[in-house]
Ligand binder design. Structure first.
Ligand SMILES: Nc1ncnc2c1ncn2[C@@H]1O[C@H](COP(=O)(O)OP(=O)(O)O)[C@@H](O)[C@H]1O
Ligand SMILES: [Mg+2]
Length: 265
């Protein structure tokens, strides 16, 4: 069996002198090439969990393994080379061009100027922003969706095996969001990326993830495929979360079959 891309073992984080841990003994693994979504309400510990994977936050106890190796034994720069990171609002450097933003990690890793230029062109082509047209623009000269593409290109710059995404589609209008979600999925399949996708949106998780981990108050409530969550939610909280996409799809289904009065102009 292949070693999991990412493995969390009894991972726990307590902030300051708070009584309740923000993340409480989480056990979770992500297979190579798998998309795992972490879903839960605001403050449930999703971002904290994600940031412990690439050591932006150090755990209070427990451990994280990436490709079988404990991350505390890996230097943080090397670690962030093997794991990309993309998040809501993108975090592009506003005074740097698109090309400089995408190449920033490669520069830190000591790549030569020529190899960075070449790789940046390749990455921009991959996210459908041809370098000749977009490389020299500033982030402010792009739409929100285009900025998010640049964020993806940057996350993929050093050919990571895994990427961590925190609400990456959260700030986009629905049409842009849908288009980018589809492109993300095809890119993920093509590159066989292992992905941890944090979202508060269960519909997004159902559409994009192979498995969904539901977090509630710092703990894992259930980890299962979208299908199992839909058919066998483990408790009332999970049932409630999964009910939204179900209701939407039931409603559309019944509209299509004419059993709902509403919706006609
Ligand atoms: N740096 C921090 N210092 C103190 N408390 C924090 C810090 N970061 C997060 N928390 C707390 O930890 C809990 C989980 O936060 P977070 O992981 O950001 O949740 P989510 O991403 O699910 O909305 C929250 O109660 C939050 O207030
Ligand atoms: Mg968060």
């Amino acid at each position: 069996m292949r070693v999991p891309a990412i493995e969390l073992i009894a991972l726990t984080k307590c902030f300051g002198n708070s009584d309740e841990p923000a993340v409480k003994s989480v056990d979770l693994s992500v297979a190579q090439g798998e998309v795992l979504a972490i879903v839960g309400g605001s403050g449930s510990g999703k971002t904290t969990t994600l940031k412990m994977i690439n050591r932006l936050i150090e755990p209070t106890s427990g451990s994280v393994k990436v490709m079988g190796e404990d991350v505390t034994n890996v230097d943080p720069v090397g670690l962030r080379r093997s794991i990309g990171y993309a998040f809501q609002g993108v975090g592009l450097f506003p005074h740097m061009t698109v090309g400089q933003n995408v190449g920033v990690t490669l520069q830190l890793l000591g790549w030569t100027k020529e190899s960075i230029v070449e790789r940046v062109s390749e990455l921009l082509a991959m996210v459908d922003l041809p370098a000749p047209e977009y490389r020299d623009r500033l982030p402010s000269e792009l739409s929100g969706g285009q900025q998010q593409r640049v964020g993806f290109a940057r996350a993929l710059a050093s050919s990571p095996q895994a990427i961590l995404m925190d609400e990456p589609f959260g700030a986009l209008d629905p049409i842009t969001r849908d288009a980018l979600q589809q492109e993300f999925r095809s890119l993920q399949k093509k590159l066989e990326l292992s992905v941890v996708l944090v979202t508060h949106d269960m519909s997004e998780a159902v559409l994009l993830a192979d498995r969904i981990a539901v977090m509630h108050k710092g703990e894992l409530a259930q980890v299962a495929s979208p299908r199992v969550l839909l058919t066998s939610p483990i408790n009332e909280y999970v049932a409630q979360l999964i009910d939204t996409p179900r209701r939407h799809s039931d409603f559309i289904e019944s509209l299509l079959h004419g059993s709902v009065a509403g919706g006609e102009p």
